[in-house]
Design a protein around this ligand. Structure first.
Ligand code: ZN
Length: 219
């Protein structure tokens, strides 16, 4: 898939900050990368840091956060296409709701209705995780053999911490990975190291990935 880049970046070099630039329409990330941080910076660069997408109010710069349109809970990746500036109140109110559910939630008037809705949503959410997996981002997904994914650090046991345990528990409960791995155009791993390690440990040969065709790590 192609990630959203600033409109003027097709034919000129755009320096975003010290860790990334855009050249010939390709976003270049300098190694070592902090992928999530890079994507947050890029999104603020493109979509601003003033206006909340949900309530349309304007805020001082440090009061704006970034919301995942498709929640991370449902595999929503941290890339500009899936990030929207949101005030802290709207972001925390939306929590892990998908947009149509959040719209419905906002239309309810009493606290009683709202708390009933939230508890119903948790039920539905378990059902969606079980039977629909990563359906909300399926247009961006591919499957890849893990041996074709390039990593530059060795997979060692020091990484089997809390995050690893969470991946394991989700997999046990729902039978698939919660989030896709993110790769650059040459299949270099940008995000999802722990999930890759989990897959290797458990003999999972193919994993869901999002390949960013216009992103490249440079060394
Ligand atoms: Zn808001």
């Amino acid at each position: 898939m192609i990630i959203d880049l600033p409109q003027n970046s097709q034919n000129e070099v755009v320096l975003i900050n010290n860790s990334m630039k855009i050249e010939n329409g390709i976003l270049k990330l300098y190694f070592p990368i902090n992928f999530q941080e890079n994507m947050y910076e890029l999104t603020y660069f493109m979509k601003g840091k003033e206006k909340c997408f949900y309530c349309s109010r304007t805020f001082p710069k440090d009061k704006i956060t970034l919301d995942h349109l498709v929640p991370q809970d449902f595999g929503g990746p941290t890339i500009p296409n899936n990030l929207l500036p949101a005030c802290k109140r709207c972001n925390s109110e939306k929590t892990n709701m998908l947009k149509p559910f959040y719209d419905r939630y906002l239309s309810l008037s009493t606290n009683g209705e709202k708390s009933q809705f939230l508890s119903d949503f948790q039920q539905i959410s378990r059902f969606l995780h079980r039977w629909y997996g990563l359906v909300f981002i399926q247009d961006w997904l591919e499957e890849k053999e893990i041996e074709n994914i390039i990593v530059n650090i060795s997979l060692d046991s020091s990484y089997r911490g809390k995050k690893y345990k969470k991946i394991k528990e989700y997999y046990k409960q729902y039978g698939h990975l919660q989030k896709p791995l993110i790769l650059d155009r040459r299949n270099f791993l940008l995000d999802g190291f722990t999930a890759l390690m989990f897959a290797k440990d458990n003999g999972i040969k193919k994993v869901p990935v999002i390949v960013l065709e216009n992103v490249e790590v440079i060394f």
